[in-house]
Design a protein around this ligand. Structure first.
Ligand code: GLU
Length: 418
């Protein structure tokens, strides 16, 4: 694991590599490498015992050329300004690759939520929502869940915003509970696109994902849903992990039973149906057909990449592979389906949620999943087309070429402010 790699430098390097294949002006390139603005705020919040604590929080709005800023809010002790800036850029490129009419943003609070009560977390969240109020809005910036946040936090933010604005505007945030204006299929969407993109990648290799062995690193929402859905396609999930460690079984694990075990004990480790316990690094270097990093960023650095044995990697996490590791994997002909396509299901169904909120109309789960599948499959083959027709070095570069072109095209339509 590499702690030193600055994710914002990684983002800039990814953009610089791809921009060689796109005709954009120097001024536009500068614009495509940095956020438009970053809010840094200190939230002073009362704890249950009457004391107060201060939490640093960020919201980075990277690019709004294609539509309102869009992206999640994460709660994690390692949240920092550089990471939030990088994540906001990845959102702008992700919405462009998915072809949904949105920009990119990201937020985060420096907090370990496991150390706070529900009422403390509610006050922290409502305090952040109050600070965000001037920046967000149904046509301005639309937050969503990310690491360690979910429906509960989104419901609090929606309620705070609506109370302060004296309005009803569920589309100000996505990833809400269904009863609160959420969309069918949103919880599963990130894992679903990770699996759909992987299925198409195996097809591209003239292979069937049903014959694949799979390892999934991270068993939060994205990881566990990926394991469940890929197993439903017939693949064998031989290993999964979380921050406490991993489990392995050559004959295949039952993802639902593992989830049940994690719900009861707090970790996948100790699950009775597994042969062995393994470390996260061992999981990442297993000889499997498909590897899915579904936890945090920078987990595969150049050293570890040298030991990776998977044929296909589908990035459910944001930024799990460093640029140096990308170079190593490229040399080994590993197909990496980049995060900005693989995990784009989350923001795509967020877009559907926002559309439904604006229509005041609720789509069926079947409609959500069908529309998601057609977007991910179409955009996967667009990416293959760009990769092959421009003879690009990797699927990641191809994804950035498509995204940069789409953002540049949008910016060109309105031109610079006089
Ligand atoms: N946090 C998710 C992501 O990184 C979803 C963002 C959204 O739905 O706006 O893509």
């Amino acid at each position: 694991m590499s702690d030193e790699v600055n994710p914002f430098s990684s983002l800039q390097r990814q953009v610089e590599e791809a921009v060689q294949y796109v005709d954009v002006t120097e001024g536009m390139l500068q614009r495509l490498k940095s956020p438009e603005r970053v809010l840094e705020t200190n939230l002073t919040v009362e704890m249950d015992d009457g004391s107060t604590e201060v939490f640093t929080a960020y919201r980075s709005q990277f690019n709004g050329d294609r539509g309102p800023y869009k992206g999640g809010i994460r709660y994690h002790p390692d949240v920092n300004r550089e990471e939030v800036k990088a994540l906001s850029g990845w959102m702008a490129y992700k919405t462009a690759v998915a072809g949904v009419p949105l920009g990119g943003a990201k937020g985060g609070i420096v907090i370990d939520p496991s150390e706070y009560s529900e009422s403390e977390l509610e006050r922290v969240t409502r305090s952040f929502a109050t600070e965000l109020r001037p920046l967000i809005g149904v046509d301005q910036d639309i937050p969503a869940p990310d690491v360690n946040t979910g429906q509960r936090e989104m419901n609090w933010i929606k309620d705070t915003y609506e109370t302060l604005e004296n309005t009803t505007e569920p589309g100000v945030i996505t990833g809400k509970a269904i009863e609160n204006g959420g969309s069918e299929g949103r919880v599963e969407a990130t894992g679903r696109s990770t699996v759909l993109a992987a299925r198409e990648a195996f097809d591209y290799r003239d292979e069937d994902i049903a014959d694949a062995t799979v390892a999934v690193q991270g068993y939060g929402n994205a990881g566990w849903i990926t394991a469940k859905l890929v197993e439903e396609l017939g693949a064998t999930v031989v290993a999964v992990s979380d921050s406490s460690g991993g489990i392995y079984d050559a004959a295949g694990l039952d993802p639902v039973a593992v989830k049940e075990h994690k719900r009861n004990t707090g970790s996948v480790v100790g699950y009775q149906g597994a042969d062995d316990e393994i470390s996260n690094d061992e999981l990442l270097t297993l000889d499997v057909d498909l590897l899915v990093p579904a936890a945090l960023g920078n987990v595969i650095d150049a050293d570890l990449a040298g030991d990776v044995e998977a044929d296909v990697i589908s990035e459910a996490a944001n930024g799990p592979i460093t640029p140096d590791a990308d170079d190593v994997l490229e040399g080994k002909d590993v197909i990496v389906i980049p995060d900005i396509l693989a995990n784009a299901g989350g923001v795509t169904v967020s877009y559907f949620e926002w559309v439904q909120n604006r229509q005041r109309f609720h789509w069926s789960e079947e409609r959500v999943n069908d529309e998601l599948e057609s977007i991910i499959v179409d955009q996967f083959w667009n990416l293959v087309d760009a990769y092959e027709s421009h003879d690009l070095p990797s699927f990641r570069v191809a994804a950035y070429v498509i995204a940069l072109q789409r953002i540049d095209d949008a910016a060109e339509e309105f031109g610079p402010w006089p």
